[in-house]
Structures are given as C-alpha cells and as structure tokens.
Design a protein around this ligand. Structure first.
Ligand code: AP5
Length: 213
C-alpha cells in the first residue's frame, strides 16, 4: 500500500507514520529527514537545501523530486510506503503522477495553527534514529528519560527550523503552496480527512481505518 501524509508542519504526520509502519509492513519516507541527512553529510544537495530550510522555505522542486524518486526505487519500498512531506507543491504531485507509482490513499491531518506552534516548539528528535518526542506534558510522546531516546538511547535535539519565527514562515509556505493539494487529491477521490488535534492513539486508529476504507 502506498500512502501520502498531508498536513501542516507539526500536524503529527511523522509521529503517526512511525507508529503504523511496523503494523502495516511498509516504510516511512520523510523528505525532511532525507534533506536533513544530506545537510548532515554536507553533500552538494544538502548545502543548497540548507539555505532554504533554515528560512522556512520549500527546497526547489527539481532537487526534491530527484531525491524522492531515487528513494522510492529502493528494494525496501517494494511492499509499500508512506510519503511524509511529499508532495508539497502541484509540480511535485504531477511528477509523482507521471512516475509508475500508484497512490492508494492521501491522509490529510487537520490541526489549528496555534496547536502547530505549540507542538513544534516542544518537539525533540533522536539524533540517531529520528524518533519524534515532545517535552510538553500535554503533547505525545514524552521521552521516559529527559533528553534520551526510549528506543536507542540516542541524544534528543531540537531542529534548527523549529524556532517560532521559522515555524510561522513554514506555515505560510504550507498554506500558499501545499494546501492546494487537498483539492487536487479530493478530485481524484483518494483523500481522507483526519482530525489531528485528538489524542495520538485515537489519531493512529482513525488513520488505520481511513487507509483501509
Ligand atoms: P519536514 O521535516 O517534512 O517538516 P514539516 O512538514 O514541516 O513537518 P514536521 O516534521 O514539522 O511535522 P509533522 O507533521 O511530521 O509533525 P510531528 O509528527 O513531528 O520538512 C522540513 C523542511 O524540509 C521544510 O520546511 C522544507 O524546507 C524541506 N522540505 C521537506 N520536504 C520537502 C518537499 N517535498 N519539497 C520542498 N521542500 C521540502 O509532530 C510534531 C510534534 O507534535 C512532535 O513533537 C510530536 O511528538 C507532537 N505530536 C504529534 N501528534 C500529537 C498528538 N496527537 N498529540 C500530542 N502531541 C502530538
């Protein structure tokens, strides 16, 4: 099964994807993680991408499309995948349509803006395995031990683009460039809407039901 997770920054796309991939025996592909990996390795693409990411802007389509196509051609994607953060523009969606990949469902996570900002400023990520946590008690999941990943004991860090002023810019970019994809996929008849300001366990169950329907 091939899925797309759509929604603003902080909607919970990555958190929900990490919770359902094992059950469904599919892989999570986050273009944000792929880009941050390239930045960390200091590749030519990473150096170019960092300029955009630090400002809360989208990385140019031609760079991201190449990266994504290369990733989905890998053996571990044969059983299916969740695209988390791709496509983010109409040209990216068209590039996907023009590839030989069939998308079964697009899950759209809906959350109010103020919750996005709260969730993102409290987010912490494992340096080793990219697992997502949150330091605020009203967010989910909290790490069992402060600053450490529950799964691999890796150190938790805050993303450079998770500062409030950058989050506001990312939200603006989302509304201008990515939100039109909601109608794009609605017209194709494969969109499922999820109320993403509910408790995490409920959202995970709603998502599992939505992708099976
Ligand atoms: P990317 O890494 O994709 O960031 P994003 O889309 O902005 O999404 P986030 O990772 O911020 O949010 P999420 O929905 O995954 O939320 P999460 O699950 O972590 O992209 C980063 C940058 O890379 C972009 O700005 C752009 O520059 C570039 N980029 C990436 N893809 C691109 C593309 N295709 N084209 C061009 N440029 C691209 O949850 C957030 C927090 O809330 C977590 O701490 C979590 O623990 C908590 N939480 C989640 N759900 C709940 C819940 N139900 N209850 C309580 N807490 C919750």
């Amino acid at each position: 099964m091939n899925l797309i997770f759509l929604g603003p920054p902080g909607a919970g796309k990555g958190t929900v994807a990490q919770k359902i991939t094992d059950d469904m025996d599919i892989v999570q592909i986050s273009t944000g993680d792929l880009l941050r990996g390239a930045v960390k390795e200091g590749t030519e693409l990473g150096i170019k991408a960092k300029e955009y990411m630090d400002k809360g802007k989208l990385v140019p389509d031609e760079l991201v499309i190449g990266l994504l196509k290369d990733r989905i051609s890998k053996e571990d994607c044969k059983n299916g995948f969740i695209l988390d953060g791709f496509p983010r523009t109409i040209p990216q969606a068209e590039a996907l349509d023009n590839s030989d990949v069939e998308i079964d469902k697009v899950v759209n996570f809906n959350v109010p803006d103020e919750l996005v900002i709260h969730r993102i400023t409290g987010r912490r990520i494992c340096k080793e395995c990219n697992a997502v946590y949150n330091i605020y008690p009203d967010c989910d999941p909290n790490p069992k031990e402060k600053g450490k990943c529950d799964k691999c004991s890796g150190e938790l860090y805050q993303r450079d683009d998770d500062r409030e002023e950058v989050v506001m810019k990312r939200l603006k970019q989302y509304k201008e460039q990515t939100e039109p994809l909601v109608d794009y996929y609605k017209e194709k008849g494969i969109l499922a809407n999820i109320k993403a300001d509910n408790p995490l366990d409920e959202i995970v169950e709603d998502t599992k039901k939505a992708v099976k329907s």
